[in-house]
Design a protein around this ligand. Structure first.
Ligand SMILES: Nc1nc2c(ncn2[C@@H]2O[C@H](COP(=O)(O)OP(=O)(O)OP(=O)(O)O)[C@@H](O)[C@H]2O)c(=O)[nH]1
Length: 238
């Protein structure tokens, strides 16, 4: 019998992760660590996933030779880790995009606006170690752009970041989402983050950060605008 199926109530039980994977493959879609798969998850299946991830985490703890039966500290760790991954730190894979009210640009605003720093939290796809950082977003709207509420930049950034990520792909996913939503003349994003896979382990370098920027539309073609955006970012070391 395959690992994904067991006898269950006299019927063949297919693990919920296998059922979800089957639907995604059927739709010829990707399910990389930083992809959102909410549309393939049916009502009630998140509870089943929680049980499945808990059971597999228990196997990992067993393989780490940790006595989860008599060690009171790790007795419920498998469940806690499963809940943390599915409902908190990787939630952005499993839930739909947060609702964002879009307002027409009634006053035909076409001046640079900047939001930030927005705190972002993620984990790297390579080691599942935390990434903690800040992001600044600059928008150059035009008369046809949709405007979104200020808090929605943070909500959308959190949705993208609460997945296993690499920083270079995360900023591009965020840029695409905002471009699609607002349709501005230009968009600029700067992200600065600490990667705990470099602080806590590996090279154990406490000081280095990763900073990257993504420019779209007029921020690419107009160096003065790009300079204005970058000069208006508060000192990132402050
Ligand atoms: N480009 C990029 N790399 C990242 C990011 N987060 C973590 N990394 C790096 O991913 C790399 C994984 O490298 P590997 O050589 O496969 O893994 P490793 O042997 O554990 O690497 P060390 O960290 O050097 O011990 C490391 O260099 C990490 O520092 C990110 O957001 N972007």
């Amino acid at each position: 019998m395959s690992q994904d199926s067991t006898q269950h109530n006299a019927q063949t039980y297919v693990a919920v992760s296998a059922r979800i994977r089957e639907r995604i493959r059927g739709a010829k879609r990707r399910f990389h660590a930083n992809d959102n798969i909410a549309e393939f998850i049916q009502p009630g299946e998140m509870d089943e996933l929680l049980d499945e991830v808990q059971s597999r985490m228990k196997d990992v703890l067993d393989s780490l030779v940790i006595d989860t039966d008599s060690d009171h500290n790790t007795h419920d760790t498998a469940r806690r880790v499963a809940k943390m991954y599915l409902n908190e730190v990787f939630k952005g894979r499993y839930v739909s995009q947060p609702p964002v009210t879009e307002f027409p640009n009634a006053e035909r605003l076409n001046e640079l606006m900047i939001v930030g720093p927005i705190t972002v939290r993620s984990a790297c796809s390579h080691h599942f170690c935390p990434i903690m950082g800040r992001v600044w977003i600059g928008v150059m709207p035009n008369e046809h752009s949709n405007l979104i509420g200020l808090s929605k930049y943070a909500r959308l950034a959190e949705w993208i970041m609460s997945r296993p990520q690499i920083q270079e792909e995360a900023v591009i996913q965020l840029a695409k989402l905002l471009m699609d939503k607002m349709n501005p003349d230009g968009l600029a994003i700067v992200m600065e983050a600490d990667h705990f896979c470099m602080h806590w382990r590996g090279v154990k370098d406490m000081d280095s950060k990763m900073i990257n920027s993504v420019m779209r539309g007029v921020f690419l073609t107009n160096p003065d605008l790009r300079r204005e955006f970058l000069s208006l970012l508060p000192n990132k070391k402050a």
